[in-house]
Write a protein that binds this ligand. Structure first.
Ligand SMILES: C[C@](O)(C(=O)O)[C@H](CC(=O)O)C(=O)O
Length: 314
């Protein structure tokens, strides 16, 4: 009897302390925010800790970047990862934050059926929204040269199969056409992707204000801007994107880049001096770390279990 109570208690608690929303609720929140209100600032979170900190700072949604995910595994962003691996990381981010998550699913990791499989895995991981791009495999970072595109028809089929199989999954269709075929083609592709059921459009690698405004004037649906670092897009603020009519802005690789630079700094210090003391001010303290992951509450939970096992069922 006691054992049963404990099991029921666990099922109502997500990862392990907080109540985790359902996929449909997370997707509805994302959709509602991308359709209305001020621009949604969506930071990339490459791991569970980054996701928890994004939540502390009250971001309404987070982004799982293909580039950051790949780099976190020591790999380049060249389509070397698989859908199930990305779904596992996505699940970790949702469990640790309970936030709506937009996942970069690259090309859908292959052809049309692969895109369908990917979408199903994302749905099962409780992902709110996916971003799928119209590049050919092997894909490249959108801010590099030498990209190749799939046909409009193939991309439309990918979008429509995702919407058919996973209607509650929000789909942001990314077009890489601006850098390959030019602005008019990017606009044309966007209208075909919307016709296939995309909920929003991500025009990749626009290079100036005029291009952002031109795209907005021609495309009537929620739009996402990509404020990645060291790319083709100059540094604009969220307010600027908002004033040009954009609904969302992602900062896809920022968390990984700052973390990697911080490792570089402290590893240099340790290798040169044999101590990390000069870097202590740049670190989360033990308390800050434990507060972020709610360590105390896990201990309390553990205490309760120990008590119950000892015979106290309260
Ligand atoms: C958005 C992006 O696809 C990503 O993987 O995060 C990349 C970001 C980057 O490489 O800076 C992109 O192609 O823009």
């Amino acid at each position: 009897m006691i054992a049963k109570k404990i099991v029921l208690g666990w099922t109502t608690m997500s990862w392990l302390i907080e109540q985790e929303p359902e996929q449909k609720d997370l997707a509805a929140r994302f959709l509602q925010r991308m359709d209305s209100g001020p621009i949604m600032k969506i930071p990339g979170a490459h791991d569970g800790m980054a996701a928890r900190i994004a939540k502390q700072f009250e971001f309404e949604a987070i982004y799982l970047s293909g580039a950051a995910y790949s780099a976190s595994r020591g790999l380049p962003d060249l389509g070397l990862i698989y859908s199930n691996e990305v779904a596992d990381r996505a699940r970790e981010l949702i469990r640790s934050s309970g936030l709506p998550l937009l996942v970069d699913i690259d090309t859908g990791f292959g052809g049309i059926l692969n895109a369908a499989r990917t979408a199903k895995e994302m749905l099962e991981a409780k992902v709110a929204a996916v971003q799928i791009e119209d590049q050919e495999m092997p894909k490249k970072c959108g801010h590099l040269n030498g990209k190749r595109l799939v046909s409009i028809e193939e991309m439309q089929q990918k979008i429509s199969i995702i919407k058919e199989m996973c209607p509650s999954l929000v789909v942001i269709a990314r077009t890489d056409a601006k850098g390959v075929e030019g602005m008019e083609s990017a606009i044309d592709r966007a209208s075909h992707y919307m016709a296939a059921g995309a909920d929003g459009i991500f025009p990749e690698a626009l290079e100036n204000e005029q291009e952002f405004r031109r795209f907005r004037a021609a495309v009537d649906c929620p739009l996402l801007a990509n404020m990645t670092e060291f790319g083709k897009t100059p540094y604009f603020t969220a307010d600027q994107f908002q004033s040009w009519g954009y609904n969302m802005v992602i900062y896809p690789v920022t968390s990984l880049r700052v973390a990697a630079k911080a490792y570089e700094r402290v590893f240099t210090e340790i290798s040169r001096t044999g101590t990390q003391v000069q870097s202590l001010d740049d670190m989360q303290t033990r308390k800050e770390l434990y507060d972020t992951i709610r360590y105390d509450e896990y201990e309390k939970l553990d205490g309760k279990i120990a008590q119950r096992e000892g015979g106290d069922a309260k």
